[in-house]
Design a binder for this molecule. Sequence first.
Ligand code: AHR
Length: 656
Amino acid sequence: MKTIQKIVSGLTAACLVGSAARAAEPLTLTVQTDQPGVAINHAMWGIFFEDINFGADGGLYAEMVKNCGFEFPDPLMGWTKLINNVAHGKITVLDDKPYNAANPHYLRLESEGTAPIGVANEGFRGMGVKKGETYNFAVQARNVSGKPTLRIDLYSEAGAILATAFIKDVSSDWTKYTAVLHPRDTDAKAKLYVQIEGKGSVDLDVISLFPEHTWKNRPGGLRADMVQALADLHPGFMRFPGGCIVEGSTLAGRYQWKKTIGPVDERPLLINRWNTEFNHRPTPDYFQSFGLGFFEYFQLCEDIGASPLPILNCGMACQFNSGELCPLDQLDPYIQDALDLIEFANGPATSEWGAKRAAMGHPEPFHLKMIGVGNEQWGRQYIDRYTKFATAIKAKYPEIKIVSAAGPSPDDDRFKFAWPKLRELHADIVDEHCYANPSWFFDNTHRYDKYDRNGPKVFFGEYAAQSDRTVSVFNRNTLECALAEAACMTGLERNGDVVQMASYAPLFANVDAWQWTPDLIWVNTLGLCRTPNYYVQKLFANNAGNQTMPLTLNAPDGSRLYASATRDDASGETILKVVNGGNEPAAMQLNFAGTKSMAPTATAFVLTSNHPQDENTFASPDKVVPIQYTINTPANQFSHDFPGNSLTVLRLKITN
Ligand code: AHR
C-alpha cells in the first residue's frame, strides 16, 4: 500500500484527498475546518426533466384521458367503441365545424335509443382512482339531433361501476360541460365510459378527467405526489424539456416552445420521439399534448425553488437519428425563438412575449438566468450553430449564461473535439453527459481535479450508473449504482468551483410504459417508488454547502472510500459526505483540524442496505432509504464506523 495525496481544487482550494497508508495504519480523514476552500454553487444539485417514459402525458401532467381530442393519427387510439347488437347507432370521428380549428377532430355518437352507445378511455396504462378523492370530468359537447343524455361512468378493471354522472340538455352549440365523480373504491386500472342514452346524436371533444387534488390544487395541473417528490429534493435548478426530445428525430419533430403555451386546447399535438425510438420498446401511443408546456415548466420551477434551465433546439435534429440540419443562413427563426423565450420568461408584461406570460396569469418575471443551446449535439455543425446563437443571445442579453453541448460521451472524440472549440469561444458552461457502468463512476472521482479553473464551467447534465449497459432493458436502480454516483458526486462537489451544476437522468419512468432505464423515480397510476439513486440526490441536495473544505483521506488503495466536505453558511454547519463502496464496514478516525469547539452531538444520515444489489420496488419501496440519527462528537477527533455499501452525511456544528 502506498500513500497518494492529490491537490484537488487548484490554487486556493487546498482540498487534499488521498488514499492508502501502511497496512497497520488506521483509516483517517482530516477536515481542515479553519481553511475554507473555494466558493461553490449551493444550488449545484438539480433535476433533469424529459418527456420520456411517459414523464409528461401519463406522468407529471395529471390528465387521465389519453387522446382527449381525437387528434392521434389513429383518432380512436386509447378509446374502445361501446356498441353491441342491442345498441343501434354509429360512432364516427369527424372534422367539419370543429370545436377548435387547431385540433379539428371530434367524436360523433349517434343512437337509435335502443341502448347506450359510447366510448371507453383506457387512460395511460389504466386510470388510477382513489376512494375518497374527487375527479373532475369535462367535455366540449354539441347536440346534433334528438335529446340524448350524456352518461359518464368510471369502471373498475374488474368491470364494476365506481361512479356515475349525467349531463342533460346539451346545447346545439359547442359548450363545455363538467361533472364530478367520487369513486366508491380505489382502482389502479379504471376506465372512463362516456355514452349517450336516448335517441339522437351528440358531438364530443376534449374529453378530460383530472383528480381535483393536483399540485397546489391547480385545475388541469400536475400530479401532486410526483411534484412533491421533486420538491423534497430541493433541486437547485430544473433542466427541461430534455434530452433528445428537444432535438426531434427530424427538425419537424423538434420541440418548439411557442407551440406549448396559451390555451391547452389549442396546443397542437406532436408525436413523442420516444414513440418509435427503440424497436425493443415500442410505444405507439406516446404523443405530446403539451398540457405540460413551457409556462407550466417555469411555474413548476418557481414552485419548487429551482432555477429554470430551458434547453432549445439549435437547428439540429438528433444525430442518432436523421441529424437533419437547418442551414446556417436559415437559422434566424431558431435564434429568434431563444431571444423570445428570454422575453417570455423575463420581459415586462408590456413586451410582446412578456404579455403572453402575463395573459397566462404570471405578470411577474420567472427570473431566467440560463439557457441551453442544443441538447447533446456534436461536431463542426454544432460549433457553427452554437456560435451564431451565442453571438445573438449575448448581444441582447449579456447576463444570460449559455449552456453548450459536448456530445453524448464524457471522453470520446466528439467530446475531445468540442471542448477546445468551446474554450476558444469562451463558452459559459459546457454540458457533459455520462451513462456508464458503476466502475466508471467509482474510478472517475478525480476527473475534475485537473480541469482548467479559468475555462468554461461544467454542467454534468446527464448521468446515471448503468448496472448492465446503456439502453439495456436490464439496467436496475441498485444501491451499488447509487453509491457509484454518490462517489462521483463527492468529486463534483470537491470541484464545485468548476462543476457548477449536475443532474441525474432520466427523472421519471412509468412502470408500464418506459423506454429507458434506470430512472430516478418510478411511477404507476396510483403512486411512486423512489430509488436509492433518488435518495443519493436528496442527501446531496439537502446537504449542500457554499464552500469546499479541504480534506485528506488516508485509506488503502482500491478501498472504494470517497469523501467531500463543505461549509454551509446559512446553517453554520460543516457537512461531511463519505461513501463506502466496499462490502466491509470502515472504522475511520475523523479529525476536524483547526476547530476551536464542536457541539457535543451531530446529525447523521446513512443510506445503506444488506446487499449492494438491493433496490426499491412498489412492493418494498422502503428497502433502501436514508436513516437519520444523532451521533456523539466528544472531541475534535473521534472514530466513526461507515457501514459497507453506504453513503453517510454528517452535519457538525463547529466553531473556529
Ligand atoms: O436521458 C435519456 C437520453 O439520453 C436523453 O434524451 C439524451 O440527451 C441522452 O442521450
